[in-house]
Structures are given as C-alpha cells and as structure tokens.
Design a protein around this ligand. Structure first.
Ligand SMILES: [Zn+2]
Length: 112
C-alpha cells in the first residue's frame, strides 16, 4: 500500500509540474499575441496563436483531470476502498492497477 501511495504521489507531482509548465507556456503565447497586436479573426498569425492557446487549454484540462483522478485515488486509499471496483465491488487485478493506478473499475465494468 505504501508503494501505491508513493506511486500516486509521484503521478500527482508529475501532473502538477506539467500544469505549471503549461501555465508558463500560455503566458508566453498571450505575451506573443499582445506583442504582435494581431486580430485573431483575420490575421493568419492570430489564428495560429488562438490555435496554440486552445491546444494549451486542452492539455491543461487534461493535467487537471489527471490531478483530480490521483487525488480521488489517494482518498480511496485513505478510505480503504482503493483497488476495488466501483461498480461491482470486486478487487481489481494487480495488472490493471499497475497499468492504471487511478482505475476505479475493473476492465469488465470500465465504461471507457
Ligand atoms: Zn467490476
């Protein structure tokens, strides 16, 4: 269990770091947009910047979701429900948890 906790904390730190990095990248894009003083709608460069910003937003949303997943897994670890299927209540296979430490259901009950 301590090994699992350590792994989850490592994943959490990784996602948090990515989120911070994406925040920096977004600031750069916004600065570039301001410096260029472009019209997002009609300037091709503006469209590129808008696209880049949207990409960064998507990546940040992904990292935030990952953080939430890891936090939920840590909460389940504290509650003693970690590693059991949220649908059927059966224990998850060790291989599944090794591949996906934040898994909440067994393969059979996984919706995605
Ligand atoms: Zn299940």
């Amino acid at each position: 269990m301590e090994e699992t906790r350590a792994r989850l904390h490592a994943l959490r730190a990784e996602a948090a770091e990515r989120l911070v990095g994406l925040g920096d990248a977004r600031t750069d894009v916004v600065d570039a947009a301001r410096g260029a003083n472009v019209d997002d709608e009609h300037d091709p460069e503006g469209a590129t910047i808008a696209f880049e910003r949207a990409q960064l937003e998507a990546l940040a949303a992904d990292a935030r979701r990952r953080l939430a997943d890891v936090d939920a897994a840590l909460a389940r670890l504290d509650a003693g429900t970690y590693g059991t299927c949220a649908v059927g209540g059966e224990p998850l296979a060790a291989a599944r948890l090794a591949a996906r430490p934040t898994a909440t259901t067994c393969v059979r009950h996984a919706s995605s």
